[in-house]
Design a protein around this ligand. Sequence first.
Ligand code: SF4
Ligand code: SF4
Length: 89
Amino acid sequence: MKIELEGLTNRVPGTGDFITIDYAKCNNCECCLIICVMNLWRKKEGKIYIVDDYQSKCLECAACYQICDASAIKFQYPTGGTGIVFEKG
Ligand code: SF4
Ligand code: SF4
């Protein structure tokens, strides 16, 4: 299912990195791949990663952070005034 965000959100650039992964803790469970509604997580050659341009697509829902039982994902909301702005709903 494709989520259409046009007209519902605004993006303010300049977030910097707000999601990082600790590979010492990641157990490759793939829960982050399954939970992300924006499909921003990938697995390549056995390694989990988030796409390079996630800052411009992420909904900042923190679902990946919440689902990661290994505490391998570090999430912090982007600095004030940047990131996604929900204009409706
Ligand atoms: S949910 Fe956490 S432990 Fe599982 S693959 Fe993703 S980062 Fe790794
Ligand atoms: S915060 Fe939400 S939209 Fe962003 S990468 Fe995590 S699950 Fe996907």
